[in-house]
Design a protein around this ligand. Structure first.
Ligand SMILES: CC(C)(COP(=O)(O)OP(=O)(O)OC[C@H]1O[C@@H](n2cnc3c(N)ncnc32)[C@H](O)[C@@H]1OP(=O)(O)O)[C@@H](O)C(=O)NCCC(=O)NCCS
Length: 442
């Protein structure tokens, strides 16, 4: 598959679109410790600072697991485990807290470099896990309450709250709480529109996992987006004995967040420059998104969409792939057109015209070049076939010069000009010499 590239102008358009859509919204970033050690970490911090400065409400949850392990190791403190959970003992908790706050400070330093104020706070109330199946979990805790009032006060001052993986009981006892859990609970409690899970792997690649058939991959084999149902199916298909790998653990967290009402959860690679901005400001993104809202849809054309679809069709008309149409032609047949909308932007269109004698013509099928090979064209044609069936057409046909193979792959068969309804036969442009492909609906 070819690599997709979006023109700079399109990128700017998309960026403005998303900026206005998410301005003032809360976004939680759960960032793994190894990301902080990457040479590109300062760039990630620059991007987060930029978001905070431009009106987004950024909350950071630093993961510190690897650094806590390393500090405990350095001070010769042996950890016991209950399954995969490290038991933070009374001896270990001061060191765990030191490592957690040290990690949080790296984020504060990064933001300071871009003149964004940050607050590392005791913003998570925790309680101990207690004795689980006979094992005393000591200072290993869970989230009792996210202190949303305090976090909102910090956000209202234009500052970035940083939530280390240490929570405190009402009596001030510290607990080590998994940062995944803090990120999940904070996203839900704050009504975040997005949770970013930032780590150091290449994300979910279709080739690495068993995936359901209908899931679309981008040119590099990345799973671009999943509904919660699809995420669940991926997790089920890949559930083996033993621990799931890191991307699947993150997908599990994303699914939990999505099921708890976080509209969009993004899995991204923190080592990729600009990944957060691309994921945020372009439809194609840079990672994998689990989304629970109406992210994409095929819908009828509105008058306001006409400039967008003309922009989409213009290069294809110039190449002779599509018959030339202007705004008036489209307006006149507006009800025949459908568009494929991805997050409020139009990326494909198609039309079904009634040509009489029980026949419908599928025409003006066009996909934005940056969004081809993702199933948009196929889904639109299937949508129109469905519409034609509901309108009781007996056949749909298409006139095409260079796309007959594609229609053939959708079940269309070549036929003669004589098979066309009379109205269309009369207008058949001999000079264009289009091939005719049709699909019987009965
Ligand atoms: C043809 C077109 C609508 C396909 O859009 P799309 O959104 O990329 O379609 P899909 O993602 O559903 O299908 C892509 C698949 O079809 C294949 N394909 C694309 N154009 C093709 C063509 N002209 N002939 C044969 N196969 C083609 C792709 O290689 C891809 O194959 P894959 O799934 O094995 O990777 C788009 O390429 C386009 O806008 N073309 C120019 C306009 C045009 O010719 N319209 C038809 C005249 S009405």
């Amino acid at each position: 598959m070819k690599h997709k590239s979006i023109s700079q102008m399109d990128l700017v358009r998309e960026a403005f679109h998303y900026q206005s859509r998410f301005d003032g919204s809360t976004m939680v970033f759960k960032i793994d410790f190894p990301v902080t050690e990457d040479p590109l970490f300062p760039y990630l911090m620059k991007d987060l600072a930029l978001l905070a400065k431009t009106g987004f409400r950024v909350v950071i949850v630093p993961g510190a697991k690897e650094w806590i392990d390393s500090v405990l190791g350095e001070y010769g403190i042996k950890s016991r485990y209950a399954g995969s959970t490290r038991i933070t003992s009374a001896e270990a908790i001061p060191f765990a807290a030191m490592a957690a706050f040290h990690t949080a400070a790296r984020f504060m330093t990064g933001l300071s470099a871009d003149a964004v104020d940050a607050v590392i706070g005791n913003l998570v109330r925790a309680r101990g896990l207690g004795v689980v199946e006979g094992i005393d979990m000591e200072h290993t805790g869970k989230v009792d309450k996210i202190l949303t009032d305090s976090i909102r006060r910090i956000l209202n001052l234009g500052m970035v709250p940083i939530l280390p993986c240490i929570g405190y009981s009402p009596s001030g006892k510290p607990y080590n709480v998994p940062s995944d859990e803090i990120a999940l609970e904070a996203s839900v409690a704050l009504g975040a529109v997005k949770l970013f899970i930032v780590s150091v792997h290449q994300g979910l690649r279709g080739g690495d996992y068993k995936i359901p058939e209908n899931i679309e991959l981008d040119g590099q084999g990345r799973i671009v987006r999943l509904t919660p149902q699809e995420a669940e199916a991926v997790l089920e298909l890949n559930s083996r004995n033993g621990e799931p790998d890191k991307p699947l653990t993150e997908l599990c967290l994303a699914l939990k967040a999505s099921r708890s009402g976080v509209e969009r959860v993004h899995l991204i690679d923190g080592r990729e420059e600009g990944a957060v901005l691309r994921e945020l400001f372009s439809n194609l993104g840079a990672g994998t998104m689990v989304y629970a809202d109406e992210y994409e849809a095929i819908r009828s054309l509105k008058t306001a969409d006409i400039p967008d679809i003309l922009r989409l069709m213009e290069p294809l008309m110039q190449q002779g792939l599509l018959v030339r149409r202007n705004a008036e032609d489209i307006q006149e047949k507006k009800a025949d057109y459908v568009v494929f909308e991805v997050d409020g932007s139009i990326h494909a269109c198609a039309a079904l015209h009634n040509r009489g004698e029980g026949q419908g013509e599928i025409a003006a099928v066009a996909t934005d070049p940056a969004y081809t090979d993702m199933g948009l064209g196929r889904r639109m044609v299937r949508f129109l076939i469905d519409r034609a069936t509901k309108q009781d057409f007996r056949r749909v046909f298409v006139l095409t010069t260079r796309t007959h193979d594609w229609f053939e792959s959708l079940g269309f068969k070549e036929c003669s000009v004589e098979s066309l309804p009379l109205s269309r036969r009369k207008n058949y442009d001999q000079s264009r010499n289009s091939k005719i492909f049709a699909l019987d609906l009965r």
